[in-house]
Design a protein around this ligand. Structure first.
Ligand code: LLP
Length: 431
C-alpha cells in the first residue's frame, strides 16, 4: 500500500493505524477525518533527528501549521520539541490556547496588518518573518510603542522556478511573497533594517514552493541564499544567526509519486551549505526549515459514505459521497491526485471506473476522476488517502455543510481532537 500505516483485515476492511476504518465510520459517522498520531510524531522525529545530525547546534525544524491546525497538533509539536510556523491571528491564538511556548513561534504571511503584528507581540510570538519594507517599518513602530525589541527574519525570494503547481510555487522573482534578491531590493532592505532600533535582525528566510520532489530546487536555494549572505557580509559586515529554508518537500498521494527521504534531503542541503561555508569562509548559521505537508499528509485519511452511483451510459460513472470540496477542495483547486479505496470492500476486484463527486451544488465539486473501484453500493464506506495536510485546514461551510470531526488514533485508542460541527454551529454567528 501507498503508506505503511494501511492494511486490509480479514473482513476485507481497510485498516488505518491498526484500526478498522469501517468500525470508525460506524462509531463517529461520516464524513470523518482520521489522523494517525504516531505517524505525525514519527515524521516530526525524523526531522528533529536529521536536524540534530546534519545542521549546526541549535537548528530546529518548524511545523508549518497551515497544513493542519488545531490545539492538539500544537500540543504534539510542543511535546516533540518542534518550533511552529503560524500565519494568522487564528493560528497564533490556537497555539497560545493549547499552551504552546510562544517564543518558539514564527509568524509568517505576506501582508500582516498592524493589528496582527501587535497581537503577535502581545502573545509573545518569538519571531516575525517580515515580508516587505512596509511591514518592517510597522514592526519597528509597534515594537517601539510597546518598548520591546522584536526578533525578525527577512523573507527574500531567491528566484527559483520550481516544477510544482503554479499556485503553490513561491520562490520565483515575481512572487507576491518576500523581497527579490535578483533585483537588488533585498540587499537595499537589509541596509535599512540595520538602522532600526527596536528590531533584532536574526537572519533570512526563503520558501520556494510546496509538493516538490526534486532535490535541485532546494540545493539551488541553499546555494543562492549562501551567496546572498556573502554579499550582505561584504557590503554591511552583517552575518545572520538563522537561515530558514522554508518547507515544501513532496509527499506520495498516488503510487506513481516517488517516496522521498527527508533525512537524505537534509543531508544533501547540509553538504551544500558546508561547501559554501568553506568557499566563502562564513560560518553556517542555525538552520530552520518549515515542513507542513510532509509532517501531516500521510498521517491523515478521510472516510465518506457512498450515496448515489450514477452510470451515464456511454459517458461516465459518478460515485457521489457525503462530503467533497467542503472538506477537501484540493482537486477542485489544483487537480491534485489522490488514492481512493472502497474501504468496506477493500479486497474486491477494482473493475468499475468512476468520478468521485462531492455533494455541493457545483459541477466542479469532485474529489478525483478515473478512479478504479469495486462497483460501490449505497452506504459503502469510501476512503481517500493522504488527506492530513491542507484538507481540514482548508475546509469550508459552503452550502452550509458542517465540517467533519478530526479523530486521532494512537496505541491507547481513538479520540476526538476536533468535534463535528453541528447545525447549531453553522448558525452560531447569525443574528
Ligand atoms: N513555509 C512557508 C512560508 C509556506 O508558505 C508554506 C506553505 C510552508 C512553509 C509549508 O510548505 P509544505 O511543507 O506544506 O509544502 N494549499 C496548498 C499548499 C499551500 C502551501 C502554502 N505554503 C495545497 O493544498 O497544496
Amino acid at each position: 500500500m501507498i503508506c505503511d500505516n494501511l492494511s486490509i483485515n480479514s473482513s476485507g476492511h481497510l485498516c488505518f493505524a491498526g484500526y478498522d476504518t469501517v468500525g470508525l465510520a460506524q462509531k463517529y459517522g461520516t464524513p470523518l477525518y482520521l489522523m494517525d498520531e504516531n505517524k505525525i510524531r514519527e515524521n516530526m522525529r525524523e526531522y528533529k533527528t536529521a536536524f540534530e545530525k546534519y545542521f549546526p547546534k541549535g537548528s530546529c525544524p518548524e511545523y508549518a501549521s497551515k497544513a493542519f491546525s488545531c490545539k492538539q497538533i500544537y500540543r504534539i509539536a510542543k511535546e516533540e520539541g518542534l518550533n511552529i510556523d503560524v500565519v494568522s491571528m487564528g493560528e497564533i491564538y490556537t497555539a497560545f490556547k493549547a499552551g504552546y511556548p510562544m517564543e518558539n513561534c514564527f509568524f509568517h504571511g505576506n501582508n500582516k496588518t498592524d493589528k496582527e503584528i501587535a497581537f503577535a507581540m502581545e502573545s509573545g510570538v518569538g519571531c516575525i518573518v517580515a515580508d516587505s519594507e512596509e511591514e518592517l517599518f510597522a514592526i519597528e513602530k509597534i515594537a517601539a510603542q510597546k518598548g520591546i525589541t522584536q526578533k525578525i527574519l527577512l523573507r527574500v525570494t531567491p528566484g527559483i522556478d520550481t516544477h510544482t503547481h503554479e499556485k503553490i510555487s513561491t520562490g520565483n522573482v515575481d512572487s507576491k511573497f518576500g523581497i527579490a534578491i535578483d533585483t537588488n531590493q533585498a540587499k537595499e532592505t537589509v541596509g535599512k533594517i540595520l538602522k532600526l532600533k527596536n528590531i533584532d535582525f536574526t537572519g533570512f528566510h526563503c520558501h520556494i514552493g510546496s509538493q516538490i520532489f526534486e532535490s535541485e530546487p532546494f540545493d539551488l536555494a541553499s546555494e543562492l541564499m549562501f551567496r546572498f549572505i556573502k554579499d550582505i557580509k561584504n557590503t554591511y559586515g552583517y552575518t545572520p544567526r538563522i537561515l530558514n529554508l522554508g518547507g515544501g518537500f513532496g509527499v506520495r498521494y498516488v503510487e506513481s509519486d516517488p517516496k522521498i527521504s527527508f533525512t537524505e534531503k537534509i543531508a544533501d542541503i547540509a553538504e551544500i551549505l558546508k561547501k559554501q561555508s568553506n568557499a566563502f569562509q562564513i560560518e553556517i548559521p542555525k538552520i530552520a526549515m518549515e515542513p507542513g505537508r510532509s509532517i501531516v499528509a500521510d498521517a491523515g485519511l478521510t472516510l465518506y459514505s457512498v450515496g448515489s452511483v450514477k452510470e451515464i451510459t456511454g459517458y461516465k460513472n459518478y460515485v457521489s459521497i457525503d462530503g467533497g470540496m467542503t472538506d477537501n477542495p484540493r482537486y477542485t483547486l489544483y487537480q491534485s491526485p489522490y488514492t481512493v479505496i472502497l474501504a468496506s470492500r477493500a479486497n474486491e476486484k477494482t473493475d468499475f471506473c468512476a468520478t468521485i463527486a462531492g455533494r455541493c451544488c457545483e459541477e466542479g465539486d469532485v474529489i478525483q476522476e478515473n478512479v478504479m473501484l469495486p462497483k460501490p453500493n449505497r452506504n459503502d464506506i469510501l476512503a481517500v488517502l493522504t488527506t492530513g495536510a491542507y484538507n481540514y485546514s482548508m475546509a469550508s461551510n459552503y452550502n452550509r455543510v458542517p465540517r467533519p470531526p478530526v479523530v486521532m488514533l494512537n496505541e491507547n485508542g481513538d479520540y476526538v481532537a476536533v468535534k463535528r460541527e453541528t447545525l447549531e454551529d453553522v448558525c452560531v454567528l447569525d443574528i
